[in-house]
Design a protein around this ligand. Structure first.
Ligand code: SF4
Ligand code: SF4
Length: 123
């Protein structure tokens, strides 16, 4: 089947991986545990944090030059996910539709700057 995506994650700095909270379920943690060959408790502790405000568990973060913070699994040099096959369900379904608003924004700004590597900020 033809790939109908109108965005190209390989050319994007990874806006969606910089969300303040990237929620994970128990099955997401179990998948990560299997991927890293560790037990569930180790994966939960090592890869996630409980968000007291939202009352859910999310992926841990790391510092990032563009977004301030980004998911701990994001390769901040190559700008890509390092656990693609084992990524959480929310990452699999994002951006939920065939287009990505961030990509449209980025394309617009890159055309404007006439620079295909320009990293446009959202704030
Ligand atoms: S923000 Fe959109 S284009 Fe960029 S990595 Fe995420 S889904 Fe892909
Ligand atoms: S697990 Fe991968 S796709 Fe999901 S937020 Fe982290 S780096 Fe991005």
């Amino acid at each position: 089947m033809k790939n109908e995506k109108s965005y190209d994650c390989s050319k994007c700095p990874g806006y969606c991986c910089s969300y303040p909270l990237i929620e994970v379920s128990k099955s997401d943690i179990a998948r990560l545990a299997k991927h890293f060959d560790v037990d569930y408790e180790t994966a939960e502790e090592r890869f996630t944090l409980y968000d007291k405000e939202e009352k859910v568990r999310g992926l841990r973060k790391q510092k990032d030059e563009f977004f301030g913070t980004v998911c701990r699994f994001f390769d901040i040099k190559a700008r890509r996910c390092t656990v693609y096959e084992a990524r959480p369900a929310t990452c699999r379904s994002y951006p939920y539709v065939k287009s990505c608003g961030y990509w449209e924004f980025l394309k617009f700004e890159r055309d404007l700057q006439d620079d295909e590597k320009f990293v446009a900020m959202t704030r």
